[in-house]
Design a protein around this ligand. Structure first.
Ligand code: 13P
Length: 254
């Protein structure tokens, strides 16, 4: 049985004061929804103050990016062990990082392995662009992102990865995938290659999320699909009512 999982990716939004205010409003309600694993991923500067407010709750904290080296002369980067001091989760390979910061399947693989070594739970993002979708290349792109991005992981820990299927054309566009399409992509191009790489049990036990224009209005439809265990939420995670309603919808899946 896979526990439902909902993470809010705040992206580059919220000052420390704004982050504190958002979290103070959310925690009393979210804390009561115990059926769902809930994670907030604020920008780096807000990690410590948000973490302080989450202490004593069952709401997890995640970062949005990190480097794979343990330490050294890498100006501007943050090491896995530094993230792990405050966080349990780390988003890896988000499409905005791939697009604006030249991340590749190979760097995603290094980060995923480094995250697991640091005892972080990686939330690995995959998904095709609009051009790839329209030219019928979804299968090829998503299965390659899984096969390369998650290759050669310690088999004992591979099942701890969380994967987020985020079609790039659905992110921030208001044009979500259909739930049937997302379910089929997850079944055929995420779970299937994972099963081939790490065994059927791992392929079936990894939590896989959908992301891309998830709202309170459409969340239940995604969570009604057998292969979709939750959501990685962008814009709607910045609004208390929306995010709470999405987590409540996920609880009904439990
Ligand atoms: P939106 O929910 O704003 O479409 O963003 C999705 C996303 O990129 C989450 O990582």
């Amino acid at each position: 049985m896979r526990k439902p999982f909902v993470a809010g990716n705040w992206k580059m939004n919220k000052t420390i004061a704004e982050a504190r205010s958002l979290v103070s409003e959310m925690t009393p309600i979210l804390g009561g929804i115990t059926e769902v694993e809930k994670v907030l991923c604020p920008p780096f500067m807000a990690i410590f103050p948000v973490g302080a407010l989450l202490q004593g709750t069952d709401i997890g904290l995640g970062a949005q990016n990190m480097y794979w080296e343990a330490k050294g002369a890498f100006t501007g980067e943050v090491a896995p062990g530094m993230v792990a001091e405050f966080c349990m989760y780390i988003i890896v390979g988000h499409s905005e990082r791939r697009t604006y910061f030249s991340e590749t399947d190979e760097t995603v693989n290094k980060k995923t392995a480094a995250a697991l070594s640091a005892k972080l739970i990686p939330i690995v993002c995959v998904g095709e662009t609009l051009g790839e979708y329209e030219s019928g290349r979804t299968a090829e792109v998503v299965s390659r992102q899984i096969r390369v991005g998650l290759k050669d992981l310690d088999p004992e820990f591979a099942a701890q990865c969380v994967v987020a299927y985020e079609p790039v054309w659905a992110i921030g566009t208001g044009r979500a995938s259909t739930s049937e399409n997302a379910n089929a992509v997850i079944r055929d191009f995420i779970r299937k290659p994972l099963s081939e790489m790490y065994g059927e049990q791992t392929g079936q036990s990894v939590r896989v999320l959908y992301g891309g224009s998830v709202t309170a209005a459409n969340a239940a439809e995604f969570f009604g699909q057998p292969e979709i265990d939750g959501a990685l939420v962008g814009g709607a995670s910045l609004k208390v009512d929306e995010f709470v309603a999405i987590v409540q919808a996920a609880a009904k899946r439990a």
